[in-house]
Design a protein around this ligand. Structure first.
Ligand SMILES: NC(=O)C1=CN([C@@H]2O[C@H](COP(=O)(O)OP(=O)(O)OC[C@H]3O[C@@H](n4cnc5c(N)ncnc54)[C@H](OP(=O)(O)O)[C@@H]3O)[C@@H](O)[C@H]2O)[C@@H](O)CC1
Ligand SMILES: Nc1ncnc2c1ncn2[C@@H]1O[C@H](COP(=O)(O)OP(=O)(O)O)[C@@H](O)[C@H]1O
Length: 472
């Protein structure tokens, strides 16, 4: 797990004030971090085009030009000149080692965007918008310095953004790089130390980035005498769209629940043979999941009695967010509760619980902030806000999972996720661990799918659950 930050200003200040480092030194490390990435990928002689802006992001780019000069065919483009003191100083040095200025943006094997980073203060002008579009159209490998140009603090293009294959970010990881919209632009993200180890640079944070190595597959069945009752009993409500419940139930069984029952209203057409059926929650159930394809089948009294009045750990998803009787559960703070809304469901939930209207766009642009506010209001509840980079919130701490792929953008992926989480709750995991591990398992299952991304089915995800490991 790595830490995430809203910005790095306070940590940069610590470097200057406490460690006695200079801006020059930090910048040299920033540029060397980018140079390393380029040297690893390109042979001597390759053409490297660096588009540098007027501030210190540009200064990083100009410093990079100096570091690469001599080994590579470097071209430096300065469409707005050099304005900050550091940019001017670095340009003077770059000139002295013979870095050539590019008259126009030309094709290159490696294209570096160092136009604007943390200091982007307004939307890009027409001229810079056209330049960024031209850079995006070039064919080479694209490297962004710190933050792709045009991405604002909400991770949204303003109005366009550089589309990087790799973003080399300085000092520490920033939240804006992990907003859903930013996933289109950042590519792979690498963080560079700025003159001191990350441990010394970073301050406390309550926001974390999940990594593959955080995934721990469900406990192995290492007690030869164990029986099905040793691994919990997941009860999954299966409503109007029965496929959703069947997917969740199948995922729960595959992810280790000893028993899985579909709680149904009437006879199902063809349930998988390993799932049991019941019209009530079985007395020995150890966790519940409700909402996936639920619709209107179940009477309010039954839901009150079997779900709201129960003390079992529970996953609330999908249609559960349209049922005020089920939403009372969010106030039951002594219960293990995981809620898994996608952004439109979160808008509905927010309106009901916080009495505020939010559009899906507002949610997507403020995901971190809203997850924090939700967690401050309902600290014991585990919120898993779905998206390209789901955010899990609990007791004011946030965990972001960047590992999922676009292959998951298909009906049924979320049903599988609910099944994974209820399987872990049924086996005795705490709600936060169940949400984190379920979310990682879903992402890793998607990444292990070998077919074309458009072709993956929820059942492919379920099949892969048995062979996941953190080295996937
Ligand atoms: N701090 C440190 O210790 C370290 C910082 N480092 C590096 O510094 C970067 C931050 O540098 P920064 O603060 O100078 O901001 P930056 O992104 O260059 O932009 C500011 C300039 O752009 C201009 N400008 C802004 N928006 C514009 C627009 N839409 N259209 C046109 N112009 C626009 C703005 O002009 P102004 O608003 O003043 O008119 C100003 O000239 C950071 O991302 C990292 O790469 C590393 O070296 C490590 C150590
Ligand atoms: N582009 C994407 N990248 C990563 N994960 C995605 C992407 N699109 C969807 N997902 C994940 O897939 C799941 C979709 O859930 P949901 O929208 O509830 O689907 P459904 O209700 O049809 O099962 C969520 O876990 C979400 O985070």
């Amino acid at each position: 797990m790595q830490r995430l930050y809203r910005n790095c200003y306070a940590m940069d200040r610590k470097c200057y004030e406490e460690y006695g480092l200079t801006e020059d030194l930090l910048m040299e490390h920033a540029a060397e971090g980018m140079a390393r990435q380029i040297r690893e990928r390109f042979d001597a002689g390759a053409r490297v085009l660096i588009a540098a802006g007027p501030g210190n992001n540009g200064a990083d780019g100009i410093t990079l030009a100096r570091l690469l000069q001599g080994r590579y065919d470097v071209r430096l483009s300065l469409p707005l000149g050099a304005k900050s003191a550091m940019a001017k100083l670095q340009l003077e040095r770059a000139r002295k080692v013979g870095v050539p200025l590019a008259e126009a943006v030309e094709a290159a094997e490696c294209i570096v965007d160092a136009l604007f980073g943390a200091g982007l203060s307004r939307p890009l002008s027409e001229e810079i918008t056209a330049l960024v579009e031209r850079l995006n159209d070039l064919e080479g490998f694209k490297l962004a310095c710190d933050i792709p140009t045009g991405l604002d603090e909400r991770g949204v293009p303003s109005p366009v953004a550089f589309r990087a294959d790799l973003t080399v970010t300085m000092g520490a990881l920033k939240e804006a790089l992990y907003l859903d919209a930013a996933k289109e632009y950042v590519g792979r993200i690498e963080c560079v130390d700025l003159g001191v180890e990350r441990l010394l640079y970073e301050e406390e944070s309550t926001t974390y980035l999940l990594e593959e190595s955080d995934f721990l597959p469900p406990l192995r069945r290492d007690r030869p005498s164990a029986h099905k009752g040793s691994f919990g009993h997941a009860a999954v409500f299966c409503g109007e769209k029965e496929g959703a419940g069947i997917l969740a139930g199948s995922a729960a069984a595959r992810f280790g629940a000893g028993l899985t029952t579909l709680v149904i209203h009437e006879k199902l057409s063809a349930p998988p043979a390993f799932l049991m059926l019941s019209t009530t929650v079985p007395p020995r159930a150890t966790a519940l999941a409700i909402g996936m394809g639920l619709g209107e089948y179940f009477e309010e009294e039954l839901l009150e009695k079997e779900v709201v009045d129960s003390s079992l750990p529970v996953v609330l998803d999908a249609d559960a967010f349209a049922k005020p009787e089920l939403l009372q559960i969010v106030h039951q703070e002594n219960r293990e509760v995981v809620i898994t809304p996608h952004p439109a469901e979160f808008a509905r939930l927010w309106k009901y619980l916080m009495k505020e209207e939010l559009s899906v766009e507002e949610i997507q642009e403020n995901r971190f902030e809203l997850a924090r506010r939700f967690s401050a209001r309902f600290p014991r509840i585990v919120l898993l806000l779905k998206g390209a980079n789901p955010i899990i919130a609990h007791l004011g701490e946030l965990y972001v999972n960047p590992l999922g792929t676009v292959a998951l953008a298909k009906g049924g992926s979320g049903d599988v996720l609910s099944g994974l989480i209820v399987a872990l709750l049924a086996q005795g995991y705490e709600a936060l661990d169940a949400a984190i591990q379920g979310s990682l398992a879903l992402a890793l299952a998607a990444r292990s799918y070998e077919g074309a991304d458009y072709s993956m089915l929820p059942t492919d995800l379920i099949e892969r659950l048995g062979s996941l490991s953190s080295e996937e």
